[in-house]
Write a new protein. Structure first.
Length: 215
């Protein structure tokens, strides 16, 4: 009898454990379904809200008073509360713990992404992509088919996934973002100094060096 009771208790414990380790929730919280609400204050600050249509966190201008719960200080806070998993091209599900944000000045992997472009010593001419740590972006190059180093990827997407710095900046050149002369919620309201051009990034308007923008 005691043995039967022990087995019954063990079965219940196992069932409870399995229920606690099931797949993460797939339903959005109600606050994440709300529209962006700028509020009714007089201040201006960049906040983030979860856009249910695009399944991304977008920036908006918050006035400092009122609004709703779909209002986060950082993009990562927004993702932590509202990201519920997306289907990748390989058919596997990614969850919020898979999202890694790298500080802009943090070095990328030395043994791979920091290495220079190397065509190799073969005879072929194959399009590959390498990460340029100075420009903080990926460029195409011709690979010879033999030799080379680890800074070589079959697609731009693969290169960016492995090496690109996910700081949300649209300024791709080595100079990075410059200080805004006039702060605004977008480029129609913001102002940049001479020689720089305004571009709307994930965190709001940024001033980028004209000659470097989009390269």
């Amino acid at each position: 009898m005691k043995k039967y009771i022990f087995i019954l208790i063990l079965t219940c414990l196992l069932a409870y454990t399995l229920s606690q380790t099931s797949e993460p929730k797939s339903e959005l919280e109600e606050k994440c379904k709300l529209e962006a609400e700028p509020g009714n204050g007089t201040d201006e600050s960049i906040r983030f809200f979860f856009d249910e249509t695009t399944q991304k966190c977008q920036n908006f201008t918050f006035t400092g008073d009122g609004g709703n719960e779909n209002n986060f200080e950082t993009e990562l806070d927004c993702l932590n509360d509202c990201f519920v998993g997306v289907e990748s091209s390989e058919g596997t599900t990614q969850h919020e713990e898979d999202i890694v944000f790298v500080e802009k000045d943090q070095p990328v992997l030395e043994w791979e992404c920091d290495k220079p472009k190397e065509a190799g010593n073969g005879q072929d001419s194959i399009q590959k992509f390498y990460y340029n740590s100075k420009w903080k972006t990926c460029f195409a190059f011709k690979y010879s088919g033999e030799g080379g180093n680890g800074n070589r990827f079959s697609t731009r997407s693969e290169c960016e996934t492995n090496c690109a710095v996910a700081d949300g900046s649209v300024c791709t050149g080595p100079s990075g973002s410059k200080e805004l002369l006039k702060i605004g919620g977008n480029c129609d309201e913001a102002e940049c100094s001479e020689g720089n051009k305004c571009a709307n990034g994930l965190r709001g308007p940024e001033c980028c060096v004209k000659d470097e923008l989009g390269k």
